[in-house]
Design a protein around this ligand. Structure first.
Ligand code: NAI
Length: 389
């Protein structure tokens, strides 16, 4: 199979590695020669590291490298069976590239986008044959993250969807099929992890460290929300939140936070700028200037964890309620796409659906804000004494 990849930046170069490792011939195209040089050099480094760790041998390295051609014109993608676009997140530019590409490739070629925030329908609309368009959303770093969200647009044919799922699965990825709605699964369901943590901080309930500590120790999350926002970068994380908020017609559930906006405006982006919610040294390692405070008050920790968890569960339940994806795929997406310790719907079963409803209703009674509305699905399941699995 021949795969064309458009855009050789962070995502495109990672996807090229995945496809080449799986035995596909890859043509990686970028308008910027520097991006291609960087992609090539970075692959060399990654493969050398894999050799050092004993995961691959030099033959395997050569095989993977020989599977990738770095090309400077879109025409050179003409023999693709599948083309995946991973260029700048701009609809006009993506549409232009898609309609030009369609002139070069065969009728059978599937044309996919790795977009995080644009609708697949709007990208597909630039093609003469929009049925061949689909969303294939990888996570960063693409070679390491197991999850790939596959997003059929309303125009996508069933055959194209099936072929896409088969191809991505053959690349040893776990597929979660999701509706073409803002944030797909992961970037929608994960919003409260950041948003509710920021809100708890803004209310003065606890500081960054205490909130992170609660989620890590009581929830088993690998990183707390503030550590994770610093890792992702407050610029990127804030933009995703703002994009999702706008795309949902300003639903208060997804409202961005002033705290994060100020951090972004101040240039406190996190690890990459040396300062975020925490401070970092030149190697992006966290500087521990004072002893880490562990919260003395176990009740406070539990209250913080319960509040963030129930908001996450509510979001996952609402995604299921609105048929964004199956219960299995929603849970897989969160464990494989963002390494959550458990699937949120399985977690809801464990806590009890009545626990979820009571906690949402308590928040709503306290604040009377729409953001705390309980998903109708949880309420119905509670009445009918049902569980997700
Ligand atoms: P990037 O900035 O690292 O790479 C983009 C590359 O596209 C650059 O090398 C640039 O030279 C090239 N490019 C720009 N316009 C082009 C054109 N017209 N034709 C050919 N090449 C062109 O960006 P990144 O992070 O790789 O993102 C790419 C896409 O993937 C975006 O749609 C983004 O939303 C999505 N995405 C990003 C994730 C991330 O964590 N960075 C995760 C999942 C999706």
């Amino acid at each position: 199979m021949t795969v064309g990849i458009i855009g050789g930046g962070t995502m495109g170069s990672g996807i090229a590695q995945v496809a080449a490792t799986a035995g596909c011939m890859v043509n990686l195209y970028d308008t910027n020669q520097m991006s291609l040089d960087k992609a090539k050099a970075s692959l060399e480094k990654i493969l050398n590291r894999l050799i050092e760790k004993g995961r691959i041998d030099t033959n395997e390295k050569t095989r993977i490298q020989n599977n990738i051609n770095y090309v400077g014109s879109l025409k050179e993608l003409s023999d693709s069976n599948l083309a995946i676009e991973a260029i700048i997140e701009n609809l006009d530019i993506k549409q232009k590239v898609f309609s030009e590409l369609e002139n070069y490739v065969s009728e059978e070629c599937i044309i996919a986008s790795n977009t995080s925030s644009l609708s697949i329908a709007s990208i597909a609309a630039s093609l003469k044959n929009p049925k061949r368009c689909v969303g294939i959303h990888f996570f960063n770093p693409a070679p390491l993250m197991k999850l790939v969200e596959v997003i059929p647009a309303i125009q996508t044919s069933y055959e194209v969807l099936e072929k896409t799922i088969d191809t991505v699965t053959s690349w040893k990825k776990t597929v979660a099929v999701t509706k073409d709605t803002p944030g797909f699964i992961v970037n929608r369901v994960a919003r409260p992890f950041y948003g509710e943590a920021l809100r708890i901080y803004e209310e003065g309930i606890a500081d960054f460290e205490t909130i992170d500590h609660s989620l890590k120790t009581l929830g088993g999350f690998r990183m707390g929300p503030f550590e994770l926002m610093d890792f992702i970068g407050n610029d990127i994380n804030y933009t995703v939140t703002e994009t999702v908020f706008k795309a949902f017609y300003f639903d208060s559930r997804y409202k961005p936070s002033f705290t994060q906006k100020r951090f972004l405006e101040a240039g406190y982006l996190g690890r990459k700028s040396g300062v975020g919610y925490y401070e970092y040294d030149e190697n992006s390692k966290r500087v521990i200037s004072k002893e880490i405070k562990t919260p003395q008050n176990r009740g406070l920790s539990q209250q913080i964890f319960d509040r963030v968890l129930v908001m996450l569960i509510n979001e996952a339940a609402d995604a299921l309620f609105l048929n964004i994806a199956s219960a299995e795929d929603i849970d897989t997406a969160m464990t494989k796409g963002v390494n959550y310790p458990k699937g949120l719907l399985a977690w809801a079963d464990e806590k009890g659906i009545n626990w979820c409803v009571d906690n949402m209703d308590n928040l709503y009674n306290e604040y009377h804000e729409d953001r705390y509305r309980c998903s109708p699905l949880l309420r119905k399941m509670n009445r009918e004494n049902k569980t997700f699995f």
